[in-house]
Design a binder for this molecule. Structure first.
Ligand code: MRU
Length: 353
């Protein structure tokens, strides 16, 4: 049995992207229509849509939007139109730097463009089908991740998670929260502790929102509290998502994840990453090569538009950190749970595709 979530953060409808505005949850639950490639670029950058798999779907849809706009362009040949579109796909892939799913999905669209022997309308159709397929596949992958992950969730477990790797961050269902959903479907004594996740509060605003919507018990804690509850024996395991995983298993995820992983290791608590294979970037050997997004100072200095600190101080705001592979008990993918040595298990997982 699958405990589904009804949340679909991004879909394709009537030639445009329909996305849930995640900047205003939980105050409002509102869909916005994204009609142009530039609007999609801005929606990704400004985190109207966020979460690695979800921005992959958004990137793929963004390329379709550009392809539609290109109808009006003056091209001497189909090849010239394709060349213009390839540049737009490259541009779309730069809307955020860390989550590799975005580059992966734009690259999938680039392959469609390169391989097309059709015409402008035919290519738009092919790109639309690909974007829909990426969205649909993502939900299926998440359900498989959930099923594999549920096997390592002890009965009655309290699962700590950081940020939001749920239905809102994917096509639906979620990666880390997919594990929670599948585990809860089998055992409704499972519960979640959600880190607040400063500065953008994805844990407080989004994770608690979607779990409460599904009736899954959740306790909100602030980021600094995790080791306190681990020490009290109140956390049985940690499951988080990832934005990019290197070939050796080093995993980038929302800033603060590394701290949770260190605390989990100290307290002997299993720490799992849940992510589809499209989050693994085998072109990079270690986490040192993962580009870390630097976001605005205002995310740190302000909460809900109100300044919370003195003027004239220094601010640094990296959006992600990298958890070294030594701290990771397993990587839960749609092809099963990968265990150390990750260089080997990741390579084998790709061979099974
Ligand atoms: O900055 P965000 O909100 O896009 O960061 C999201 C995360 O770090 C998630 O944990 C990650 O993308 C995995 S989502 C399944």
């Amino acid at each position: 049995m699958v405990f589904d979530s009804k949340i679909r953060p991004i879909t394709w409808e009537n030639g445009m992207s329909k996305m849930l505005d995640q900047t205003i949850i939980p105050y409002e639950y509102k869909y916005v229509n994204i009609k142009t490639g530039q609007e999609m670029f801005d929606a990704i950058k400004n985190m109207i849509v966020r979460g690695a798999p979800a921005i992959g779907i958004a990137g793929a849809q963004g390329v379709v939007l550009y392809a539609q706009e290109g109808r009006e362009g003056k091209y001497d040949s189909f090849d010239e139109y394709k060349q213009w579109l390839l540049e737009k796909a490259d541009y779309m892939a730069t809307s955020r730097p860390t989550a590799v799913n975005l580059m992966w999905a734009c690259n999938e669209q680039k392959n469609v463009i390169k391989n097309s022997t059709s015409d402008v309308e035919g290519l738009i159709d092919e790109l639309t089908q690909k974007a829909i397929e990426i969205e649909k596949d993502d939900i299926e992958r998440c359900i498989k991740i959930g099923e594999y992950g549920a096997e390592v969730v002890p009965k009655g477990a309290t699962i700590l998670t950081h940020c939001n790797a749920g239905a809102l961050a994917t096509g639906g269902y979620g990666t880390a929260l997919g594990v929670v959903r599948s585990a809860y479907a089998k055992d409704n004594t499972v519960q979640v502790f959600a880190d607040e996740t400063r500065p953008r509060q994805q844990g407080a605003r989004l994770t608690t929102f979607e779990l409460a919507m599904d009736g899954i018990p959740v306790t909100l804690i602030t980021d600094g509290m995790c080791s306190y509850f681990m020490n009290k024996g109140m956390i049985d395991m940690v499951v988080v998502g990832a934005d990019r995983i290197a070939a050796n298993g080093d995993s980038a995820n929302k800033i603060g994840t590394y701290t949770v992983a260190i605390a989990a290791k100290y307290h002997n608590i299993p720490f799992y990453i849940a992510a589809p294979l499209s989050t693994i970037d085998t072109s990079i050997k270690t986490g040192e090569e993962i580009p870390i997004e630097e976001r605005s100072r205002e995310e740190v200095t302000h909460i809900n538009g109100k300044r919370i600190c003195a003027e004239g101080i220094n601010i640094i705001n990296p959006g992600f950190d990298v958890t070294p592979h030594e701290l990771i008990s397993g990587i839960i993918t749609e092809k099963g749970i990968l265990r150390p040595d990750y260089n080997k298990s990741i390579k084998e997982a790709f061979e099974r595709i």
